[in-house]
Design a protein around this ligand. Structure first.
Ligand code: NAD
Length: 390
């Protein structure tokens, strides 16, 4: 038997390496439909501390309270102090069109204190943008410039931008690759093209910037718990929430007006590429991870660290497909009235999502049935949206 002390002294158990500290990530528009799901997905990693800026122009503070509740409920037994912290949002009720208000938030965290920004906040109604274009340019372009300037001042140069398929206008090729020329058909679309251009120019001017523009196709559905979802102020501008509001009785119209059934599509109605909002939200996490210096999406000799990706399923669904799927999910018997085409509507917006899959590892896995089920679950649990709790 060995009498060496080493043999008799029990080995000191190796303690697990301390987890890396949380990275502060600012999500603008964090209380909105997409923003709240993005915040949830970031919190699930337990690697980020989310800061939100939202002026609640089109959202309710309750959304972020619910996100935190969901995240806390998902914590395992004996969470660390850091895990608990990751479920809390630093929510700032301020307006991005006011540069001093943006600066005040960055000052709170100091130089280098915010690791990256996911810029989701914007106005998004195509029709409204044709009526009040200056308001749209000020909010979607002017505020983006102020945000980028403040980021530069505080040495924060990682940026994920919420763009849209609308940047393609009427695209010449379906499914739409990212190489398609950008040619928006509305002031809203132009704000998205302009903001993308500004971010790309910035990345060309200064190689320290790393930015990804995510061109969303048609997000739909809600977190499967039904605790968070889409709750626009006023009449919904998008088809799925409109159908949900009709079925729940919030809009007292049994008949849906269908804008045109003579498009060159299989059933004559417009075709869009719907993806589940949870899939879309996961794309933001992948994009943030791709902004880490070890990622090589930009290539070793890139002149600028800027990339744009389509986030869609790559599968087109018509207005009639959507109505049928919602009829199945809700049991509501929608009447249909075919009226003339609406100005500015494009027959088909279906993504080619191959680049995002190859470079980011993104895949929108959920199907239309799940999107409608989760939307209806959210709507029936919250027939009046968040308003009841504000
Ligand atoms: N929902 C879609 O179908 C869709 C499709 C493509 C792209 N997008 C883009 O995704 C983003 C989010 O869309 P959403 O559907 O979540 O919209 P949303 O209206 O639910 O969310 C936007 C949020 O930004 C906030 N906001 C707007 N202006 C602000 C300002 N000046 N200061 C602070 N907060 C402000 C709003 O209050 C809201 O909470 C937008 O940039 C939109 O253009 C949306």
């Amino acid at each position: 038997m060995s009498d060496s002390p080493a043999a008799s002294v029990p080995a000191v158990p190796k303690s697990a390496p301390a987890p890396a500290p949380l990275k502060n990530v600012l999500v603008t528009g964090g209380a909105g439909y997409i923003g709240s799901h993005v915040v949830f997905v970031l919190q699930q990693t337990r690697r980020f501390k989310v800061i939100s800026i939202d002026n609640h122009h089109n959202s309710h503070p309750t959304a972020l309270k619910r996100v935190s509740e969901l995240s806390r409920a998902a914590l395992g037994p004996n969470p660390t102090e850091q895990d608990i912290q990751s479920t809390e949002v630093d929510a700032h009720a301020c307006d991005l069109t006011q540069p001093a208000q943006i600066r005040a938030v960055f000052e709170k965290y100091g130089k280098g204190g915010i690791w990256g920004v996911v810029h989701v906040a914007a106005y998004k109604a195509v029709g409204e943008s044709t009526e009040i274009p200056l308001t749209y340019y000020a909010n979607n372009v002017g505020a983006t410039v102020s945000l980028l300037q403040t980021m530069a001042d505080f040495e924060c140069r990682r940026f994920v931008y919420s763009s849209s398929a609308t940047v393609y206008g009427t695209p010449p090729i379906i499914p739409i690759p990212e190489t398609t020329r950008l040619q928006a058909d509305s002031p809203y679309g132009s704000t998205k093209v302009m903001a993308e251009t500004i971010v790309e120019d910035l990345c060309h001017a200064d190689p320290r910037w790393r930015a990804i523009s995510l061109r969303y196709f048609n997000p739909a559905g809600a977190h499967p718990s039904g605790q968070i979802g889409e709750d626009p102020r006023g009449r919904p501008g998008n088809l799925l929430p409109l159908l949900a509001h009709m079925a729940v009785g919030r809009i007292k119209e049994p008949t849906l007006k269908v804008f045109g059934n003579d498009y060159p599509t299989p059933d004559g109605t417009c075709v869009r590429d719907y993806l589940h909002v949870m899939d879309l939200a996961s794309g933001h996490l992948l994009a943030l991870e791709a902004l880490e210096s070890k990622s090589n999406i930009f290539g070793a000799n890139a002149k600028a660290h800027f990339k744009a990706y389509n986030l869609g399923k790559g599968k087109g669904m018509s207005v009639l497909d959507i109505v049928e799927a919602m009829r199945k999910a809700t049991g509501f018997n929608y009447g249909l009235e075919i009226i003339g085409r609406r100005r500015g509507d494009v027959p088909d917006l279906t993504a080619d999502p191959a680049l995002a899959e190859k470079e980011l590892g993104f895949k929108a896995i959920e199907n239309l049935e799940t999107m409608c089920r989760d939307l209806w679950n959210w709507q029936t649990k919250n027939p009046k949206g968040y308003a009841a709790e504000d």
